[in-house]
Ligand binder design. Structure first.
Ligand SMILES: [Zn+2]
Length: 345
């Protein structure tokens, strides 16, 4: 039976009181990316394009980024945001069938200005994975919500309606905003220095070329000497071979922090000047994704210096900086969420 297989919610700042508010380095795309990464198996089964219904004000100029994010071909379909759009997408996804169909809704009311601004509405995203063996949705959806333009409450109503009836479905992430999240408040960190790249700027062609490694942590395994090369560069760093390299995705969560530092104002690459002007310094960590495979990441969603050596971090796609008229995106480290917050999986 085709139906709901799994659903994930992402509520920014779920550990803080008050309505969920996206951080300065989040936008509609990164909210959706986090929900999609939570709901999908990693790596994503590739093959036929995966249909994705985008519910919300997604910029069509950014369509190219979804297949890059997931590492698989996709077929995008748009729905207007809000409860009605979510409902239409869920109802359409079910009979469409196939091994996987995604519905993702993202909302960012805190960025709206003028008369349409909604003071109390939440920022956030939900993603539904439908496929064979899932729980039927038809006839299970709650009556449409009235008097709201927000789809997130509707998504939670869907969860309540299906939660009991869909024991096979998995509900991942921040379905209950405000649920506990481990906050590590300890002694000030011992500062460790290590080389940070002198400049963050990369040309657009180079940026696009490197996205599989930057966004999905794609590495290459050499069939001749067994070396794993990360970031992938089309050439084995062990023996130099360019033949037969196999793509392998390194884990994007639960990385071990092996070095940590704080970049104070004035120490940042110039691309980060606006960020530092607005928010001050930021943390940077060297994180081990897998034995011997390390990556330097900016820290977000945490005070500078809070993430320390020996901590575990998850990684999320976030805005890095604006250049050449567009935002560049990359993964950043966030303090590792507790299992209770992530829910059963
Ligand atoms: Zn090799």
């Amino acid at each position: 039976m085709v139906g709901l297989v799994r659903a994930a919610a992402y509520s920014p700042g779920a550990d803080r009181p008050g309505p969920a508010r996206a951080a300065a380095d989040e936008d509609l795309f990164t909210l959706a990316a986090t929900a999609l990464e939570r709901v999908l198996p990693d790596p994503v089964p590739s093959g036929a394009p995966i249909p994705i219904d985008l519910v919300g004000d997604f910029d069509p100029a950014f369509d190219w980024a979804f297949p890059v994010l997931l590492g698989t071909p996709v077929a995008l379909h748009r729905e207007v945001g809000g409860p009605a759009g979510l409902r239409r997408a869920l109802e359409r996804a079910e009979p469409a069938g196939g091994p996987a169909h995604l519905v993702v809704l993202a909302e960012l009311p805190s960025r709206r200005t003028g008369p349409t601004a909604v003071a109390k509405a939440e920022d956030g995203a939900v993603a539904f994975l439908l496929g064979d063996g899932g729980t039927a949705i038809a006839g299970q959806l709650p009556p449409p919500a009235e008097g709201t333009s927000s789809g997130l409450p509707e998504a939670r109503a869907v969860r309540r309606a299906l939660g009991e009836a869909a024991p096979s479905a998995r509900w991942i992430g921040d379905w209950e905003p405000g649920s506990e999240r481990q906050i590590d408040v300890g002694a000030p960190p011992a500062e460790t220095r290590f080389a940070v790249s002198e400049g963050a700027y990369v040309s657009r062609p180079r940026y696009l070329e490197n996205l599989p490694s930057r966004w999905r942590f794609e590495a290459e395994e050499c069939p001749f000497c067994g070396t794993t090369t990360f970031p992938a560069r089309g050439r084995c760093r062990g023996c130099g071979s360019r033949e037969g390299l196999r793509s392998r995705r390194l884990p994007r969560d639960d990385a071990l922090v092996v070095a940590a530092t704080v970049i104070g104002p004035g120490g940042q690459p110039t691309e980060f000047d606006p960020q530092v002007t607005a928010q001050g310094g930021y943390g940077v960590v060297l994180a081990e994704l897998a034995p011997g495979q390390r990556v330097t990441l900016q820290v977000t969603d945490a005070e500078p210096g809070r993430v320390r050596i020996g901590d575990r971090v998850d990684t999320r796609l976030r805005r890095l900086y604006a250049t050449e008229g567009e935002w560049r995106y990359g993964r950043k480290a966030v303090p590792r969420a507790t299992e209770s917050r992530r829910g059963p999986s």
